[in-house]
Design a protein around this ligand. Structure first.
Ligand SMILES: NC(=O)c1ccc[n+]([C@@H]2O[C@H](COP(=O)([O-])OP(=O)(O)OC[C@H]3O[C@@H](n4cnc5c(N)ncnc54)[C@H](OP(=O)(O)O)[C@@H]3O)[C@@H](O)[C@H]2O)c1
Length: 282
């Protein structure tokens, strides 16, 4: 297939580009080559004549979205509307990457694909706006909700490793719970998904869930760094955005209907840390 990929320079975009290049012709676009927040991007995508659009591009700085909600709605809401309009015009499927944060975090068990979103911060509201545009405008769509992605240059794993080298002690939130998810595993799952015309909503995350505190512990244990980690609460960690506290996703639809599953997050994390170590040695 001829696949147009938005945000190809981002963490998820890069992983998708690597996985999909083996089977497909990729039209890689970046913020500079295709600004999705500009209405003219509809025409640009139509002109490129792809068979499918995969759309991870977004304003992903969660605190930045809280400080500038209009920008969040312009990029994540309208930007997605533009990609949906282009796919509507071409009558092709759209894959939209969305987030665990569309849920309010008041559940006590992981969220299913059919649970009702109720975003509680501007980043989440803007991504939910994107989901609604996709559902209103596209006949053929895959909404793939993901969470806590690691695999690129900027993510929680890299931050914990860096701070462990800079500080004598780390304070990490213990009451925010989610699914750490390895970008290459997610990309492989999306690659399998687009082979099937099984349109709808999916939750693709690595198996299992944990708190940020437990995630940091496992990162440091696997990396062999002995450093004190203290648990703190979300209330103690002052930031512009309010994260929903409990947002693990359950991959129910993809696993049962299509047999698409992602391995446990601890295994994926070990693979990522081995990759980082190999890159450092090279
Ligand atoms: N990372 C996570 O933990 C996580 C969790 C849940 C859901 N998601 C979703 O997964 C998707 C990918 O996330 P990611 O981690 O890969 O984010 P990322 O690394 O921040 O990548 C996002 C990309 O979008 C580009 N972009 C921003 N504004 C744009 C615009 N107006 N036009 C075109 N491109 C634009 C960015 O380019 P510049 O940097 O040059 O602006 C960047 O390359 C996003 O939709 C996000 O909401 C991510």
């Amino acid at each position: 297939m001829r696949i147009l990929l938005t945000g190809a320079d981002g963490q998820v975009g890069q992983a998708l580009g690597l996985v999909l290049a083996a089977r497909h012709t990729l039209l890689l676009t970046s913020h500079t080559s295709l600004d999705i927040s500009d209405y003219r991007s509809v025409e640009e995508v139509v002109r490129a004549r792809p068979d499918l659009v995969i759309h991870p591009a977004a304003f992903t700085h969660v605190d930045g979205c809280a400080l500038d909600p209009d920008k969040a709605y312009r990029v994540n809401g309208l930007g997605t509307r533009h990609m949906a309009l282009a796919c509507q015009r071409l009558d092709i499927p759209l894959v939209y990457l969305s987030t665990n944060e569309v849920f309010d975090g008041t559940a006590t068990t992981p969220y299913h694909e059919w649970d009702l979103p109720h975003p509680i911060n501007p980043y989440a509201s803007s991504k939910w706006a994107g989901e609604q545009f996709v559902q209103q405008l596209c006949q053929k769509f895959y909404i793939v909700r993901i969470a806590w992605v690691f695999g690129g240059a900027h993510n929680f794993v890299q931050t914990v490793l860096r701070l462990a080298d800079e500080r004598p002690m780390l304070a990490v939130v213990q009451d925010e719970i989610g699914n750490p998810t390895y970008a290459p595993d997610l990309a492989a799952a999306v690659g399998a998904l687009i082979q099937e015309p099984a349109y709808g909503i999916y939750h693709f995350v690595n198996e299992g869930y944990c708190s940020r505190f437990e995630f940091a512990h496992e990162i440091l244990r696997l990396a062999g760094k002995a450093i004190d980690v203290q648990p703190i609460t979300l209330a103690e960690y002052k930031r512009a955005s309010t994260p929903p506290p409990f947002t693990p996703l359950r991959n129910f639809v993809g696993a049962i209907d299509l047999g698409i599953t992602l391995r446990p997050w601890q295994e994926a994390l070990a693979t990522y840390l081995m990759t980082l170590a190999a890159v450092r040695r090279a």
